[in-house]
Design a protein around this ligand. Structure first.
Ligand code: FS2
Ligand code: SF4
Length: 538
């Protein structure tokens, strides 16, 4: 195996024997094969031109499955490989396609052969380091885009341009004669389409569930038995709340599902208790203490430790998967039956209380727009000096305490704009208010990063500035997995410069690609809190 797609990759070079995330060699290889056959399917779909949207769904789903910490189940991934091959072969036969690439031609229904092939199709097949770097940068961006696209699709929203871009770009990565400049252009195009996918998801979420609003979220545990829901899928959230109504079972969010608390539609459910626990990586201890069933709707899953005995309480759905955990499939209409989880919850003890914290969030673009007048007033009065976007991911590395310290030491007239699980590093610090405007404005999940872009454009407009780079706005982004890659590419496609990126630069960026990003966008790695604060406050 060779995998270097996330920030925690071994030695910041690559995982070669087992993933730091816990992904074993066979699972890693099966994911490589899933990407390979999905590229083949994409080529076939592009050749035909117009196909049923179910093929685009399959492409997005497959990409999503391979995102860090989404699916650890080799057999499930190989099932998806077989499903993809069958769909592709049917299209080839029906349309009598010829002159296809090896990836599009490849087929087998023999598991042993699939496992053999899986070893052959890894990222190291591209020998030229710069080419490999750009192909993987684009592919990881597409994974993030596919995740956003999938969430919008299940809510009934679609942008054909996004679907087609994903399929066409995947096919382009198969070409033997890749030109570096073409790949650089493709990277920027990926960012541009990433923004479209984010916009689509924002529209889907806000039209379905209302605009997030300022909300105080309770982190304490109640007395009823309960279900913990994690990941990012708001469609699953709604189905779970609906099915648990009147059952005596409460629902709590975990990690990236926290922002579900900000949506008007979800707030109406009395048995939606609040949030339990913290960032994804603290789940082993927190799931153990929760006592009731846990539903993982997407990444980030952490493999169970030896002393964890909650596997029988762990459920996955959608593109998430974990060996031994029960998986809840949607029916042909997209509906999911969570009754077995609810029945299990009834016989479980109530969650153990972890804390009595309360946090305030819900500052997505509509809410910020409602506050715009006050915000502009405070900026003009000199009470708010700058905004710092501290969005992105959290992770296990000790070095991430940088973000806690950075937030703590920011001057008191600085406001943090955030989205994603990165906020767990500082969202309980009580950083205070500036005349009623909280110093940490949480827009929601990493999936809601579009809100931060809208907020920046709103401020640009309010001050009549030509470029977003002229705003009193700094970017200190923390990344971990591939959704952060598409957020970064989306920002670059908007021309955002001077982004600080940490805790480390991606291992998949070659020196040439890093130089390109520095020369054109002045991206820099974080250094230490003092030095970075000096730069940011200059
Ligand atoms: Fe956090 Fe993990 Fe949101 Fe990422 S829960 S790092 O995959 O998607 O952000
Ligand atoms: Fe390693 Fe990250 Fe890949 Fe897991 S996803 S195998 S930690 S690089």
């Amino acid at each position: 195996m060779f995998c270097f797609q996330c920030q925690e990759t071994a030695g910041n070079k690559g995982c070669t024997r087992v993933g730091v995330c816990g992904k074993n060699e066979n699972t890693a290889n099966s994911q490589d094969l899933l990407i390979y056959v999905t590229k083949g399917l994409s080529e076939v779909v592009n050749k035909i031109g117009e196909v049923d949207s179910k093929y685009y769904d399959l492409i997005s789903n497959n990409m999503f499955v391979t995102i860090t910490n989404a699916n650890f189940d080799e057999e499930d991934i190989l099932d998806k490989v077989e499903k993809t091959l069958k769909a592709k072969d049917k299209l080839i036969e029906e349309n009598k396609l010829e002159n296809l690439s090896d990836a599009a031609k490849y087929t087998s229904d023999d598991r042993d052969e699939l496992k053999r092939k899986a070893i052959e199709v890894g990222v190291l097949n591209i020998i030229n380091e710069d080419e490999r770097s750009l192909v993987e940068l684009v592919t990881y961006g597409l994974k993030g885009m596919a995740a956003y696209n999938h969430h919008a699709n299940v809510l009934g929203y679609r942008n054909e341009e996004v679907d087609k871009f994903i399929a066409q770009t995947l096919e382009k990565t198969l070409k033997d004669d890749k030109d570096i400049n073409d790949l650089i252009n493709l990277t920027m195009e990926t960012g541009k389409h990433g923004l479209m996918a984010m916009e689509l998801l924002d529209k889907a979420n806000t039209e379905k569930f209302g605009n997030p609003e300022i909300t105080e979220v309770d982190f304490s545990a109640g007395d009823n038995p309960a279900i913990l829901i994690s990941g990012h899928d708001l469609n699953d959230m709604e189905m779970l709340l609906e099915q648990t109504k009147g059952t005596g079972v409460d629902v709590y969010t975990h990690s990236e599902m926290l922002p579900a608390n900000y949506y008007p539609k979800f707030k109406k459910y009395d048995h939606f208790h609040g949030n339990y626990g913290n960032s994804w990586w603290s789940q082993n201890e927190e799931f153990q203490k929760f006592n009731g069933p846990i539903l993982m709707t997407t990444n980030c899953i952490v493999p169970l430790k030896k002393d964890n005995d909650y596997l029988d309480r762990l459920f996955t759905t959608g593109n998430a998967g974990y060996p031994g955990a029960k998986h809840i499939e949607a029916d042909e209409n997209g509906k999911k039956d969570f009754s077995q989880i609810i029945e299990m919850a009834k016989s479980c003890k109530a969650p153990e209380n972890l804390e009595n914290t309360k946090i305030v969030g819900g500052f997505a673009h509509n809410q910020v727009e409602a506050l715009a007048e006050d915000v502009v007033k405070e900026i003009k009065a000199g009470n708010i000096k700058k905004f710092v976007v501290m969005a992105g991911c959290d992770g296990r590395h000790k070095g991430r305490s940088y973000y806690t310290e950075f937030a703590e030491k920011l001057p008191k007239d600085y406001v943090i704009l955030t989205a994603g699980c990165a906020k767990y590093r500082y969202n309980k610090l009580n950083l205070g208010h500036i005349n009623g405007i909280p110093r940490v404005l949480d827009a929601g999940q990493c999936n809601d990063s579009y809100s931060l872009v809208k907020t920046a454009l709103l401020l640009q407009d309010a001050f009549g500035l030509e470029s977003v780079n002229d705003l009193p706005l700094e970017f200190n982004i923390a990344w971990y997995e591939q959704k952060a890659v598409i957020v970064l590419l989306a920002l670059l496609s908007l021309g955002v410069k001077n982004i600080h990126l940490g805790p480390t630069l991606p291992a998949f960026l070659s020196k040439t690609v890093v130089n390109f990003l520095v020369e054109n966008f002045n991206i820099s790695p974080i250094t230490n809190v003092e030095k970075d604060l000096e730069i940011i406050t200059a």
